[in-house]
Ligand binder design. Structure first.
Ligand code: FAD
Length: 490
């Protein structure tokens, strides 16, 4: 049965070793750097148990009779895929698209385990069991794949003291040591899937690193070193000043494996470079995962388009040609991503064992395009907003000051809106695009789905393998065949 919000918060008090500002966090849900975001996640869990207009789209009963999130259903038809996307949209709307990782994100990975457990031979029973656990309890899983940035010119085995590798094998499992660059929301998860994700494939010499396994976030020896918390920075401020930073900071942490024991039952790939390399592409993991990425990104663009429209209205510029051009462009991008998500669901790829996966053409296109589009959207909003983002009082207190208020009311008002309403909107917009939280949103969209080069090149790789490249070349040939040195041939 899906956890309730209270059960989720309690599950985070498992002795996990999270560090921030040099201290080990005693109780994550009670710590000022994490409590609001943890509380938001708990609210997501509660929404599964609360009857409302969202219930039908959001929930699903697993084959084992558990109340679950509908995105965990293995799709066998187009309709199932569309329903997965609809369920993800319900939660994405609750955080306006600003949280890349919520418990439904990794439903895509869970599905890949459940749809094709045979891929993980000889660990197929682990894949099956983990799918059922993740789906039945809506466990929060994230992944960590990228190695620390010590020296990108080296293969894992050439940096023997850095990357996660086996240091000892035992009858009941193995011990790993090393680190992973970053796990978004890792501090809020129940467990993390550890694998190798790099532009350079693992070679046979990297067999100690050729692993895929799941580790509980509270496992002894696992340390999570948090980046600066935007929630903590906004702690003493009114939500009026930091409405997004203060509740949707999903955090990112470096994971350090200081001799962590991994039992065989949590193992999916062991010392098998070929399988560890094929894991993401072959098991349709990227397609299943990035459906969430696409739904969330489209939701975020819907929100940013709304922000931009309201900014232009409040500035009295919505009728001006240059502004209309920019607002129109943002709307076009939003619609394009909604269309890619629809296409991903309505033109699925066949998957193993009678399943279907979101179309690889649509998914890999949106994965490559989102990192290019997001900085452009930020730019367009800044162009339309101009210096308005800087004509913002330092805090809600300024509006509450009897001395300042008459001036603020006169000089900060907008077109058809009083000063308080205008400042409220613009502070929200600045938190979305300009604060440390807002800037990290761009970095996230740019990188979270993979290396900036590979996310584009993967489209070529797929086209080379699915016949599209021949079709492109043949199409040009049709044109070339229409004429020669002597004139028209057709
Ligand atoms: C906000 C944020 C959240 C993230 N969350 C997660 C997470 O939850 N889980 C997770 O696993 N990862 C996460 N990541 C990591 C993310 O997947 C990587 O940042 C991304 O895959 C790019 O890899 P990289 O950072 O190692 O950059 P690199 O791959 O090192 O690329 C940096 C630059 O170096 C060049 N380069 C590096 N190596 C090579 C090479 N061998 N050949 C050619 N060019 C090369 C690239 O072209 C690029 O220009 C997150 C990243 C960010 C920024």
């Amino acid at each position: 049965m899906a956890l309730t919000g209270a059960e989720y918060l309690e599950s985070l008090r498992d002795g996990r070793a999270v560090y921030i500002r040099g201290e080990r966090v005693e109780s994550l849900p009670d710590h000022p750097a994490f409590s609001r975001a943890a509380g938001f996640m708990a609210g997501l869990y509660d929404s599964l148990h609360t009857q409302g207009p969202h219930t039908k789209a959001l929930t699903w009963e697993t084959e084992r009779g558990s109340l679950s999130h509908r995105s965990f259903r293995i799709a066998r038809t187009r309709r199932h895929l569309q329903e997965r996307a609809d369920a993800m949209r319900v939660w994405a709307r609750m955080h306006f698209g600003f949280m890349g990782r919520t418990p439904d994100y990794k439903s895509g990975l869970a599905i890949s385990l459940g749809a094709w457990p045979e891929f993980f031979d000889p660990y197929q029973s682990n894949a099956r069991r983990w799918y059922e656990r993740l789906a039945d309890d809506v466990l929060f899983l994230n992944h960590v794949g990228v190695n620390p940035m010590v020296d990108r010119s080296k293969q894992p085995h050439e940096l023997p003291d850095v990357n996660v590798r086996v240091v000892k094998e035992r009858d009941d499992g193995f011990i790993v040591r090393g680190a992973k660059l970053v796990g978004t929301a890792a501090v809020f998860t129940h467990c993390n899937l550890v694998f190798s994700f790099s532009p350079v494939p693992l070679s046979d010499k990297d067999s100690d690193h050729a692993l895929v396994f799941i580790v509980p976030t509270g496992a002894p020896g696992l340390k999570l070193i948090s980046r600066p918390s935007y929630e903590l920075a906004a702690k003493d401020r009114s939500p009026f000043d930091y409405p997004l930073s203060s509740r949707f900071d999903e955090n990112d942490a470096t994971l350090i494996f200081d001799d962590v024991f991994i039992p065989w039952e949590n193992t999916l790939v062991y010392r098998d470079a070929e399988k560890a390399n094929r894991f993401f592409p072959m098991a349709q993991v990227t397609q299943n995962l990035m459906l969430h990425g696409g739904v969330r990104f489209a939701t975020k663009l819907r929100f940013l388009a709304g922000l931009l429209v309201r900014i232009a209205q409040q500035n009295g510029t919505i009728g001006l040609r240059g502004v209309r051009v920019r607002v129109g462009e943002v709307i076009a991008w939003h619609q394009a991503f909604e269309a890619l998500v629809r296409d991903a669901c309505s033109n699925p790829d066949p998957g193993p064992n009678g399943t279907v996966a979101p179309s690889h053409r649509a998914i890999f296109a949106l994965r490559a395009l989102a990192p290019m589009v997001y900085p452009k959207i930020r730019q367009l909003i800044e162009e339309v907003g101009g210096g308005g983002f800087i004509q913002l009082p330092s805090g809600a207190e300024d509006l509450l000051s009897a001395e300042l208020r008459p001036f603020i009311d006169r000089y900060y008002r907008g077109t058809g809106v009083d000063a308080e309403g205008r400042i409220k909107l613009w502070k929200l917009a600045w938190d979305a695009i300009g604060t440390e939280f807002g800037a990290r949103q761009e970095l996230f969209e740019r990188h979270y789905a993979g290396n900036v080069d590979n996310v584009r090149m993967d489209n070529l790789f797929l086209a080379e393998n699915n016949g599209d490249l021949d079709e492109y070349a043949g199409f040009v040939q049709e044109c070339l065949d229409g004429y020669d040195l002597h004139g028209w041939t057709q």
